[in-house]
Design a protein around this ligand. Structure first.
Ligand code: PEP
Length: 251
């Protein structure tokens, strides 16, 4: 039985002061959650503060990116060691905004995924097609290339620590959600690719989140699909009550 995982990607939002207010709200709202893993992914500048605030709770900490290197002359980058020192457990890798605006390729995402796993951090690996891909009937081809590229050379055993997030780019921040059926089809397709890569058992254990305008109102239907194991949440994660509403919908 796969435990559902709902992660909030705060993106470039929340100063430290604003992060404190949001986390205080989340601590109240999420106090009675059972059976769903809730993860918050603040910007780097708020990680330490949020880490301290959630230390006595079940809420887990994630970052929004991580360097593929250990340390050294990489201006602006943040390493696995720096994240682990702050008790970060998850790292979002290959988000579509990083692919689009910072030209991250599957090759680099794969390097980061390998580094994260080697250092006992759990990658949340994002894949998803653009609107033009979907309209051209290329959803499966695009998603398959991203899955195979960003997760190349990961062993079945390592997959236990991997989370995949299927995020159709056309649904991110647009208010347009994939229907539960559209999302389920792609999730099932992804699980099939993983089975082909590393075997059915690892594929059956893999948690695949849906991301793209998930809200309390549509979360239960999406997460009731057989291959949807939670959500990666952008906009709705910036408000304690709406993020908690989504987490509760997974219970
Ligand atoms: C995201 O960026 O990962 C995301 C799913 O954003 P939103 O929920 O705002 O669509």
């Amino acid at each position: 039985m796969r435990k559902k995982i709902v992660a909030g990607n705060w993106k470039m939002n929340k100063t430290v002061g604003e992060a404190v207010a949001l986390v205080e709200g989340l601590k109240l709202e999420l106090a009675n959650v059972v059976g769903v893993e809730a993860v918050v992914c603040p910007p780097f500048t708020a990680l330490k503060t949020v880490s301290d605030l959630i230390a006595d709770t079940e809420i887990k900490l994630g970052s929004q990116n991580m360097s593929s290197e250990d340390d050294g002359a990489y201006t602006g980058e943040v390493s696995h060691g720096m994240l682990k020192e702050l008790f970060v457990k998850y790292v979002i890798l290959g988000h579509s905004e990083r692919r689009e605006y910072y030209k991250e390729t599957d090759y680099w995402i794969n390097k980061k995924v390998k580094k994260a796993l080697e250092k006992n951090l759990r990658p949340i690996v994002c894949v998803g097609e653009k609107l033009e891909d979907r309209e051209a009937g290329k959803t499966e081809a695009v998603v398959e290339a991203q899955v195979r590229g960003s997760l190349a050379d990961i062993t079945a055993e390592q997959f236990e620590d991997v989370v995949v997030a299927y995020e159709p780019v056309w649904a991110i921040g647009t208010g347009k959600t994939a229907t539960a059926e559209q999302a389920q089809d792609v999730h099932k397709f992804i699980r099939g690719i993983i089975a082909d890569m590393v075997g059915q058992e690892a594929a059956d254990g893999l948690r695949i989140q849906y991301g793209g305008s998930m809200k309390p109102a549509n979360a239960a239907e999406l997460m009731s699909q057989p291959d949807i194991d939670g959500g990666l949440i952008g906009g709705a994660a910036l408000d304690a009550a709406s993020f908690a509403g989504i987490v509760n919908a997974g219970m």
